[in-house]
Design a binder for this molecule. Structure first.
Ligand SMILES: [Zn+2]
Length: 184
């Protein structure tokens, strides 16, 4: 990349450092022409395709904003929200897809939100999965109860059965027609 000071078309990397969460690399560069130093930040591009077809960069702030609404009046701190957004981003980056839609983002939010606060989770899921009736809430609550009962029971004798059970549960929770959540 060219030097931001003298526009020399080349630069030399003098130092490079990966961020703590591994999502970016900071490179210290020096221009061979004018000798000045500057820093570049390299991140894998992650963009969101909105329903209108417009693409915008993924933003943790928007995740926080969307989840914060579901958390109104709940004992959830800003730190909790920030951590949740970080987990969501890590999950999405881990999927290896550069372009995400609101459905995938909502999906990545549900898991960590459920761990954080079950009421907020239900609120969020009701919008995300377009709950239409009390029965929809009832079945979602039943799933939460069943899962809680399972987690308070003695640990399963072999891990494999526990894993397949939770896999099934995930499928049930996420099945059905899903409306896209409002991502703002
Ligand atoms: Zn220069």
């Amino acid at each position: 990349m060219h030097c931001p000071f003298c526009r020399h078309p080349d630069s030399r990397v003098v130092d490079s450092r990966t961020s703590d969460d591994g999502s970016s690399i900071r490179r210290r560069r020096q221009c061979p022409q004018c000798g000045r130093r500057f820093t570049t930040l390299e991140t894998a591009s992650l963009s969101v395709v909105k329903r209108s077809g417009v693409t915008e960069p993924f933003s943790r702030e928007k995740i926080v904003g969307g989840v914060r609404k579901a958390c109104q009046g709940r004992p959830v701190s800003e730190d909790d929200l920030a951590l949740l957004a970080q987990r969501v981003e890590e999950t999405l980056r881990g999927n290896g897809t550069a372009e995400l839609d609101a459905y995938e983002i909502g999906l990545a939010i549900l898991g960590p939100l459920r761990e954080l606060d079950e009421v907020a989770y239900l609120r969020f899921a009701s919008v995300y999965q377009a709950f239409e009736s009390l029965e929809d809430f009832e079945s979602a609550i039943n799933l939460l109860r069943a899962d809680r009962a399972a987690s308070t029971e003695e640990p399963a004798p072999d891990d494999q059965s526990a894993e397949s059970a939770s896999g099934e549960l995930t499928e049930t929770v996420l099945g059905g027609e899903s409306a896209l959540p409002p991502m703002r």
